[in-house]
Design a binder for this molecule. Structure first.
Ligand code: ADP
Length: 334
C-alpha cells in the first residue's frame, strides 16, 4: 500500500506519522530501552493488568511519541494524546482523566510544562486512580472523589531533571533515549525511503545518516530535502552527490551541525573566548531561549565533544575551535 504520496510532501506531522514504526519489533535503535520496555509490557500482558507508568526522556525527535504509540499498540489499548502546555488548569486534566477507559494509555508530551495544580492532581490519579473533583467555590467548595479505571500514563520530557521528584517517583519505569548510532539511522532511512518511494543508494543514505545529529526526525527530514534536490535536478536516485549538494544548501555541515549548533559554538569561541559562560548569557548571544539551547543544541554538542559543561558554565573544546577554523587560546582542553 502507498502510505505517503511521494509527489507531495504533505504536512510534516502527517509524513512523520506515516513513518513511525508501529511495533517494538520494528523499532530500530535504543536497544536498552526497547528490551526493558518489552519486558515490562509482556509481564503486564501476562498479568492482565496495565503496566507501571512509563517516563521517556531525551532530546526531541528520538522517538518518545513513537514509543508511546507502540506501548498502546503492544497492549492493544487505545491511546489518548495530550501535552503539558495543553493542560494549564487542573480542570483540563480532570476532564481527560475522567473520560479514560480501562487500560487506556494516556500520553503526556512535554510533561515538565504542566501547571503545578494539574501536576498534583496527576500524582493522585497515577497512584490511587482517583481524582478529586472540586465542586463550588470559596468556603463552600467540596472535593468529590471520583474513582478512575486503571490506566497507564506515558510521560515524555526533554528534561527528566526538571520533573519534581514526587512526579518522577510515580513512574515505575523510566527510559532514557540517547542519540542513534549511524547504522541505526541507516536502517531507519532505508525504511523511510521505501515508504516514501524514494530511490536512494547506500552512499546517499550513509551520507544523510552521518549528518543527521543522531536523530531520526532530522534524518527523515533531510531525506525529503535530498529527494527534493534530486527531483529538481533531474536525478532519479538519491546518491552521495545529491546528499552533498542538498545538505550544503540547508546549512548542514560535514559533522551534521546545523545553524543553531554552529551559532552556539561561534558565540562561545568568538564572543566569550571559549567560555565558560552561563547558559542564559549564551542563549541571549544566539537569540534563542535557554531551554532550546539546553535541550536541542547542547546535548548533541556535548556528546560529539564540541562543548563541555563545567560548574562555571559552558565551554568550547579544542575540537570546537578546530571545527570553526579558529586557533584556540593556550590551555584549551582538546
Ligand atoms: P519525539 O517524541 O522524541 O520528539 P517522535 O517519536 O515524534 O520523537 O519521532 C520523530 C520522527 O522520527 C517520527 O516521524 C518517527 O517516524 C521517527 N522516528 C523516531 N524514532 C524512530 C525509530 N526508532 N525508527 C524509525 N523512525 C523513528
Amino acid at each position: 500500500a502507498r502510505v505517503v504520496d511521494a509527489g507531495s510532501d504533505g504536512d510534516e506531522r502527517t509524513v512523520e506519522a506515516a513513518l513511525r514504526p508501529r511495533r517494538l519489533s520494528e523499532f530500530p535503535g535504543q536497544p536498552r530501552v526497547r528490551d526493558q520496555l518489552a519486558l515490562v509490557l509482556e509481564a503486564a500482558k501476562r498479568r492482565g493488568s496495565p503496566p507501571d507508568h512509563v517516563l521517556l526522556s531525551g532530546p526531541p525527535g528520538l522517538g518518545k511519541t513513537t514509543l508511546a504509540m507502540i506501548v498502546a499498540a503492544e497492549l492493544e489499548k487505545p491511546i489518548r494524546v495530550t501535552s503539558g502546555p495543553a493542560i494549564q488548569h487542573a480542570g483540563d486534566l480532570a476532564a481527560v482523566l475522567s473520560s479514560l477507559m480501562e487500560g487506556e494509555v494516556l500520553f503526556l508530551d512535554e510533561i515538565h510544562r504542566m501547571s503545578r495544580a494539574a501536576e498534583e492532581m496527576l500524582y493522585l490519579a497515577m497512584e490511587d486512580f482517583r481524582v478529586d473533583v472540586i465542586v463550588g467555590k470559596g468556603p463552600g467548595a467540596t472535593a468529590i472523589p471520583l474513582e478512575l479505571p486503571p490506566f497507564t500514563v506515558v510521560g515524555a520530557t526533554t528534561r527528566a531533571g526538571l520533573l519534581p521528584a514526587p512526579l518522577r517517583d510515580r513512574f515505575g519505569f523510566t527510559g532514557h533515549l540517547d542519540f542513534y548510532a549511524t547504522h541505526d539511522l541507516v536502517r531507519i532511512l532505508h525504511r523511510s525511503a521505501r515508504l516514501l518511494e524514494v530511490d536512494a543508494d547506500e552512499a546517499g543514505i550513509g551520507e544523510i545518516a552521518r549528518r543527521s545529529r543522531g536523530t531520526p526526525r532530522i534524518a527523515n527530514r533531510l531525506l525529503r530535502r535530498v529527494r527534493d534536490w534530486a527531483q529538481v535536478h533531474g536525478r532519479s536516485v538519491v546518491d552521495q552527490d545529491a546528499a552533498h549538494a542538498a545538505l550544503a544548501l540547508f546549512d548542514v555541515d560535514d559533522r551534521g551541525l546545523d545553524r543553531l549548533d554552529r551559532a552556539v559554538l561561534e558565540a562561545l569561541c568568538r564572543r566569550f573566548r571559549g567560555g565558560p559562560v552561563g547558559l542564559g548569557t549564551l542563549a541571549v548571544a544566539v537569540g534563542e531561549e535557554a531551554e532550546t539551547v539546553e535541550t536541542v543544541a547542547e546535548p548533541f554538542l556535548v556528546r560529539e565533544g564540541f562543548m563541555v559543561r563545567t560548574p562555571r558554565g559552558r565551554a568550547a573544546t579544542g575540537l570546537a575551535w578546530q571545527h570553526l577554523g579558529l586557533t584556540p587560546p593556550p590551555g584549551t582542553d582538546p
